[in-house]
Design a protein around this ligand. Structure first.
Ligand code: ATP
Length: 587
């Protein structure tokens, strides 16, 4: 197949603004494409040479492209740069200069699609010290063989600027029409795409085998499945009604969604956008190798940053420190992660995407061996709105964003690539960001683990209620302490240790060690949220809820100048909560 056929179609597509016309042009192109290279043609029309999840890119920088064009056209780089300033499009500039080409080639072979694809492929795979020279030479060679129009599109492709605006869905429409026998094939073709994320593979299957090919399409370990997404509602009653009166409600962990692909010893991790992010999470890969018992599996999990010392979940932002190319080892140490598994899409030869959720969950439980760092998402099965609300508050209390409530009904399959009502998220809208520090009383402590063995892992802190003259717990704080602080805390608190909860302390949480309410420390939190287990301002905002400070950090200030009764009061915390909430609503 000649590359000029593709270039001609591109030109026509660029000229149209109508999606239907665009689809017709694509249908013609796909029908005229030999079946054995239809995958390549599909990738090329999207300005790529592989599906997105493959970690290879053509990746030609502007500098390199200019150099190659100068070489192929015999025009000076400075002249090309001048022209580029005017056009702003290397494709157009290339077309112009290749038309003016000084050294006319007498014996020019017409470019084939295969030749273009193979050359781009070589460019993508070039690596090491000679890569830049090799890429320049390959591109120059390709341009030299191209007509001016072909040069334009080659240049745009290699620099990542093809931008024909052909969406995945348009390609699926075109494939269904060209090879599936019409619109009715659309759903099957789309499903094939949703479970493979590979338009090229789908194109080949439908072109070579027709509908049979896409009907038999199965998930493959190594090819990411497009994620199922959730709708949103804001009350337990609505959620239960929508889900047929009963659901599996799971914690909505606040981390990064990860699709885990395991085959024999190899593990690949894909992001929500289906990029291969394995290199960012060597520790998560180790966890999978150790705790996923299945030989082959595709599982979904939320990867959450945790505090290495206390095992508590950390805010989503901390995971952002893991998005880096260098210094992965240090980031791993500083921001360790846990995996909370929430779906199984394939296990040991069985495609589970069309199984109902209770069955998939059972397969998930069987596929893994739970450990401290690898768990299945915490859940309840309920038909009771009150119970759902209680579980929601508990989830928030434990550092989650809320719940994902999932259908258990007869149609609860894994809807790859769709945002639907089989999953409904119930998120915390009631949160208020903190800007001020608070002074809180140390009323209890929890034993440390790991590096903190022998000292405290976290302190139980309380605000003061002047009306009842009691101290009401508002947070558990394990962050912000230096090694020096940690070493001196047990010593410093020794004289205040008592064998049971102090009568003036109001707590639903059982601490490992109790103190007289005497020592005050300064703390800065990220936000104030409703909480079912902290007693601060219980029932003041909502029945059955108190207020909690999330992600508290010790500022380093021991407020020795303050008596416990001078600590921040519960009404101040209520005020902070309301003031900040108002700000959020207004903005
Ligand atoms: P959000 O920003 O609310 O996470 P989203 O568009 O990324 O939205 P949604 O499908 O709307 O995704 O919400 C579900 C998301 O919640 C998933 O993408 C996943 O990352 C996360 N999540 C956390 N815990 C679970 C769970 N138990 N089940 C499903 N998804 C979960």
């Amino acid at each position: 197949m000649l590359y000029s056929t593709i270039a001609d179609t591109y030109e026509k597509i660029e000229a149209t603004t109508k999606r239907l016309e665009m689809t017709d042009l694509l249908v013609d192109l796909l029908k005229n494409t030999p079946k054995e290279i239809i995958d390549k043609v599909v990738y090329l029309t999207q300005g790529k040479i592989y599906p997105d999840f493959v970690k290879l890119e053509i990746g030609v920088a502007e500098r390199l492209a200019i150099k190659a064009l100068a070489k192929a056209s015999g025009i000076k780089e400075s002249e090309i740069e001048e022209d580029l300033k005017k056009t702003g499009d290397l494709g157009e500039t290339a077309q112009k200069f290749m038309a003016k080409k000084k050294q006319v080639t007498f014996f020019q072979q017409p470019l084939t699609v295969q030749k273009v694809y193979e050359t781009l492929d070589k460019m993508a795979k070039a690596s090491g010290s000679g890569a830049v020279d090799l890429k320049t030479a390959l591109l120059a060679g390709l341009l030299a063989d191209a007509t001016p129009k072909e040069a334009k599109y080659i240049m745009r492709t290699v620099t990542g600027n093809l931008r024909l605006g052909i969406a995945d869905m348009t390609v699926l429409d075109a494939l269904a029409i060209a090879y599936g026998g019409g619109k009715e094939a659309r759903e099957l073709v789309e499903r094939a795409y949703n479970i493979s994320s590979d338009l090229g593979r789908v194109a080949k299957a439908v072109a070579e085998k027709g509908l049979r090919g896409v009907k038999k399409f199965a998930v493959l370990v190594g090819e990411p499945i497009r994620p199922m997404l959730a709708e949103r509602l804001s009350s337990p009653e609505e959620i239960l009604e929508k889900l047929g009166g009963k659901c599996i409600a799971e914690y909505k962990y606040d981390g990064e969604r990860i699709q885990i692909h395991k085959k024999n010893g190899d593990v690949t991790l894909f992001s929500r956008r289906l990029e291969d992010i394995s290199s960012q999470y060597p520790d998560a890969i180790e966890l999978v190798k150790k705790h996923v018992k299945a030989k082959e599996a595709i599982l979904e999990a939320e990867c959450v940053a945790i505090d290495a010392d206390t095992g508590e979940m950390r805010p989503f932002q901390e995971l952002m420190h893991r998005r880096r190319k260098y210094g992965i080892e240090e980031a791993m140490e500083e921001y360790p992660v846990s995996l909370f598994m929430f779906d199984a899409l394939y296990v040991d030869g069985k495609d589970l995407t069309l199984e109902l959720y209770p069955i998939r969950r059972e397969a998930l439980v069987k596929a893994i061996e739970e450990s401290e760092r690898v768990k299945t998402a915490k859940y309840i099965i309920t038909s009771n709105p009150k119970e759902l609300e209680k579980f929601f508050l508990e989830a928030i209390e434990n550092g989650c964003e809320g719940l994902v409530c999932k259908s258990m009904a007869e149609d609860s399959v894994y809807q790859a690539g769709a945002r639907g009502w089989l999953w409904i998220k119930y998120k915390r809208d009631y949160k208020s960001e903190m800007t001020d520090t608070v002074d809180l009383v140390i009323v209890g402590a929890f034993h440390g683990r790991g590096k903190r063995a022998g000292t405290y892992g976290a302190l139980l802190l309380a605000a003061y209620n002047p009306e009842s003259d009691t101290f009401e717990t508002v947070t558990k704080c394990g962050t912000g302490f230096t090694d020096e602080d940690l070493a001196k805390l047990p010593e410093m608190m020794k004289k205040h240790v008592i064998s049971h909860k102090h009568p003036r302390v109001n707590s639903m949480i059982e601490a490992d060690v109790w103190f007289e309410p005497v020592v005050v420390i300064e703390v800065l939190g990220a936000e104030i949220t409703l909480s079912p287990i902290h007693t601060c301002a219980m029932n003041a905002i909502r029945q059955g809820s108190g207020l909690a400070i999330r992600f508290p950090r010790f500022t380093g200030n021991y407020r020795l100048d303050k008596a416990a009764e001078d600590a921040t009061t519960i009404s101040e915390i209520v005020e902070m909560y309301q003031k900040q909430l108002k700000k959020i609503v207004e903005s």
